[in-house]
Design a protein around this ligand. Sequence first.
Ligand code: GLN
Ligand code: MG
Ligand code: MG
Ligand code: MG
Length: 470
Amino acid sequence: MPKTPEEAVEYVRKNKVEWIDLQFTDVPGRLQHVTIPASDFTEEDIKVGFGKLDGSSIKGFTTIYESDMVLSPVLESLNVLPWSPNVARVLTKVYWGGGRGRFERDPRYIGERAEEHLAEAGYVSYYGPELEFFLFDRVDVDVKTPQSGTGYKITAREAPWNGGGYLIRYKEGYYPAPPVDQLMDVRLEIIQTLTKYFGFHVEAAHHEVATAGQGEIDYRFSTLVDSADKLQTLKYVIRNVASKHNLVATFMPKPMFGDNGTGMHTHFSLWTKDGKKNMMYDPNDEYAEISQFGRYAIGGILSHARALSAIVSPTVNSYRRLIPGFEAPVYIAWSKGNRSAVIRVPSYYKGMEKAKRIEYRAPDPSTNPYLAFAAIAAAAMDGVTKKIDPGNPVDENIYHLTPEKRRELGIRELPRSLDEALDELESDNEFLKPIFNPSILETFIELKREEARTLQMYPHPMEIYYYLDV
Ligand code: GLN
Ligand code: MG
Ligand code: MG
Ligand code: MG
């Protein structure tokens, strides 16, 4: 991967690249792009950035009277696109035009701020997200929405109702080898693209529990911004490879009623800044080799869990996933093996310092990874600074505890809707302030309130079914 402007220009020349795709992420978390000719990708221009961005129509960016922005390439991310080999994409940092400095609502900037904040305190954080997704058949249908046109019909290649072939029985999708698993070829192409072209270290790829076309891909954990960059790249590759196979990849948290949703469990650890000592690890702790420092970090995340939901589970659809019975978290508690708790301390290995981390199970892939990872860091650091006690671990299946028992153990619940989560975020955001500037926070809340309000205006088809004859 190129590091200097000279190396970048050389990379473009050597690979006969004709177009450069400048990419960045909007506030809700979608990857955006603008394409420029490779002949304009000169050493001088790489240094000053590319003034090609009108930020006025990008969610959370700028108003129409103040919209000239500059994109400055992150050269390590320059990559030929295997599906259009004369194009190379590069991730960028967003700046205000006219030399007015860094654009404060660029989500990647918030990620960078989080890394600086941690470094000032003497730490570095690592993130290993487990990205789940569904692959659906792509069929042209007339969608009855205000923008009626070509849409996607929700059926999966493996859905029982597609008939024929080898069927995956309800909730038996996890791990049966092909030919039952019919998405091996697509997943393989995805992970080969990632390793061959994008420098990924893929750790695992597999079918997930949901019956119809759910998968998961995990890559090697990395530092905050790098891991968020990777997550954006991973989603981008999954979408494009799926599209080549005439499939649609979706990261929406709960596309199917009655089957598992799509999560993005995030493995998180804090180390000393030199990367030498894992602060989460204590070989003498009998419960899970988790240190007191690690317990405080858990305490921070648990105490802010309801506000964090607005950032890590940030869509109306997220709250259809966070219900009992589908391995998604509902209760604010921590544990070793218990998958009904929102934080788990995986204990696969004994005595292995580098493997000690916590698994935060609330995030889903509709989140913006830069904001999510930054918010997790902020909550954990708040716990460490204030020595927030996470309480005792809960090893029983919390779904099965009575409400009285839960109350007795002091177990609270995650919010049940996006609006409820946003209420929490509005009243509990002091802990984010060292990292999140007021502008990104206000813009985020405003966008998400609008999203909740818009969807609330639509009568759902199931409401017609329930209420037509009331
Ligand atoms: N899909 C589940 C979720 O929504 C997780 C299942 C798993 O990874 N064991 O979080
Ligand atoms: Mg997994
Ligand atoms: Mg999984
Ligand atoms: Mg997991």
